[in-house]
Design a protein around this ligand. Structure first.
Ligand SMILES: [Zn+2]
Length: 121
């Protein structure tokens, strides 16, 4: 990715639209970096970056008033840990549902199958 592309979304106020609830929202990118094409919505849906041509470059020191928009910021180590724990929890629940429902198929080699069946050598 070139430096020009990298700078495109830096310090821009951008429009996002939710695929599920249709809500439009503004997100301020407070970082000197690119932003995700999509991100989560409060409804549980996914918001996509729309009207790219209408992105507005703001002063890097810009601070939106409370409730005006969401803000992309650098992820802090504390928040990263928090998200990782939420992710772990989702993975654990997904794993449990696979095990408990017992309806998922997996594929293994006959060699592995032999070991599973205890046929040894
Ligand atoms: Zn939504």
């Amino acid at each position: 990715m070139s430096e020009n592309q990298k700078a495109t979304e830096a310090y821009h106020l951008m429009q996002y639209k939710c695929d599920t609830c249709g809500k439009l929202s503004l997100i301020w990118n407070s970082r000197d970096s690119v932003t995700p094409f999509c991100c989560s919505c409060a409804c549980g849906g996914v918001r996509n970056h729309i009207n790219w041509g209408s992105d507005v470059r703001m002063d890097p020191e810009y601070v939106p008033w409370p409730g005006y928009c969401d803000v992309f910021i650098d992820l802090s180590p504390e928040r990263a840990k928090e998200l990782a724990m939420e992710y772990d929890d989702k993975v654990r629940k997904l794993t449990e549902s696979f095990v408990n429902d017992c309806c998922s198929v997996d594929i293994i080699s006959s060699e592995e199958y032999g070991k599973l069946c205890g046929s040894g050598s």
